[in-house]
Ligand binder design. Structure first.
Ligand code: GDP
Length: 360
């Protein structure tokens, strides 16, 4: 499933952020979550369209696309050399589809920085180095075994070559996500090794409230991580927002010059980083968002609801969310010729409102 791992040095605001995320029960409302681990929080992808759809269809429930966050504790400077709990964090991070690094950019002298000074650039370097080293160690450990296998089985030779090329890249300080394609490395060959830097990285800069409107400051931080995505928030304010009634939360947000909570941005950016989008279904029971990769076809989208829908796919009745809202009802959208019948080659678009026709 779609999981974002949260990493960062101690005392940068990870727990504050994680708690704010997981207390966000406005988003999570109505989602039938399974029992989950204490370090895992599932939140809904914020999507105003679902409320509007639910209004139109009289839906009882709203089910946003679920996004999981995992608090990955224990990644500290020197973890690869056994500092802290060493590489114990690896077990938690393997299943994440993206890695979100929280970086301290707030100044509060009452909060101790582990290295004695607030330096986002240094902190990013420290964490990224640990992730690169973790992958290097994984590769160095695996290589003798892979080489032995390649002697017995010819078809394993490309795996050895890919592993050696990957190690070289990491040695140069380049993550596999950034560098593999350019270096001609087929990461599929290394999937069995669960390398961490094959995942996209994104960054949350935890800044002082007063800096949220300081575009020059934020641009400087953004430049540290580009082309990776950066989200800016004051984690302390975010955790306060969660506890306020909606109107007061909005007031506080506006007083900091923002139009939406940083947490919402983070969920959306994390989602987009993974190359995902949603299509929508609606009826009297529920208005719901379903997660598909960008580029998915109509039968593939149907398969996300149920594999039988994909197998028995006949066609999809589709109207774009905007057209549906402009028309005011499904009937009016049909009368206006905005509802299309699409076949198995149709490539889905974000915000398609869909009803599938299928054989069972
Ligand atoms: P973690 O070790 O990365 O999980 O950090 P915590 O979330 O526990 O935060 C460490 C300390 O920094 C706590 O005392 C928080 O209240 C404080 N803190 C977290 N975020 C902010 C922030 O945005 N501004 C300020 N001033 N303090 C923060």
């Amino acid at each position: 499933s779609l999981t974002i791992g949260i990493v960062g040095l101690p005392n940068v605001g990870k727990s504050t952020l994680f708690n704010a995320l997981t207390k966000n029960d406005v988003l999570a409302a109505n989602y039938p979550f399974a029992t989950i681990e204490p370090n895992v929080g599932v939140v809904g992808l914020p999507d105003d369209r679902l409320q509007q759809l639910a209004g139109l269809f009289g839906s009882e429930k709203i089910l946003p696309a679920p996004v999981s966050f995992v608090d990955i504790a224990g990644l500290v400077r020197g973890a690869s050399k056994g500092q802290g709990r060493g590489n114990a964090f690896l077990a938690n991070i393997r299943d994440a589809s993206a890695i979100c690094q929280v970086v301290r950019a707030f100044s509060d002298p009452n909060v101790l920085h582990v290295d004695g000074k607030v330096s986002p650039a240094d902190d990013i370097e420290t964490i990224n180095t640990e992730l690169l080293l973790a992958d290097l160690q994984t590769l160095e450990k695996a290589l003798p075994r892979l080489q032995k296998e390649a002697k017995l089985k010819k078809d394993r030779a490309p795996v050895v070559a890919a592993a050696e090329a990957a190690a070289k890249l990491l040695d140069e300080g380049v993550t596999l996500y950034q560098g593999a394609a350019g270096a001609g490395i087929d990461l599929g060959l290394l999937a069995e090794l669960h390398l961490l830097t094959t995942k996209p990285f994104l960054y949350v800069f935890n800044v002082d409230e007063a800096e949220l409107g300081n575009a020059a400051f934020l641009d400087e931080l953004r430049a540290l991580v580009a082309p990776a995505e950066a989200v800016f928030m004051d984690a302390k304010i975010e955790s306060e927002l969660i506890d306020l009634p909606e109107d007061e939360a909005l007031e506080l947000l506006q007083s900091t010059g923002q139009t939406e909570p940083g947490l919402h941005q983070l969920i959306r950016v994390g989602f987009a980083t993974l190359g995902l989008q949603t299509y929508l279904t609606a009826g009297p029971k529920e208005a719901r968002a379903w997660v598909i990769p960008v580029g998915a076809t109509a039968p593939e989208a149907a398969g996300v609801i149920h594999s039988d829908f994909q197998r028995g796919f006949i066609k999809a009745e589709i109207v774009s969310f905007d057209d549906l809202m402009a028309a005011g009802s499904m009937g009016a959208a049909k009368a206006a010729g905005k509802v299309r019948m699409e076949g198995k080659d149709y490539v889905m678009r974000d915000g398609d409102v869909v009803e599938f026709r299928f054989n069972v």
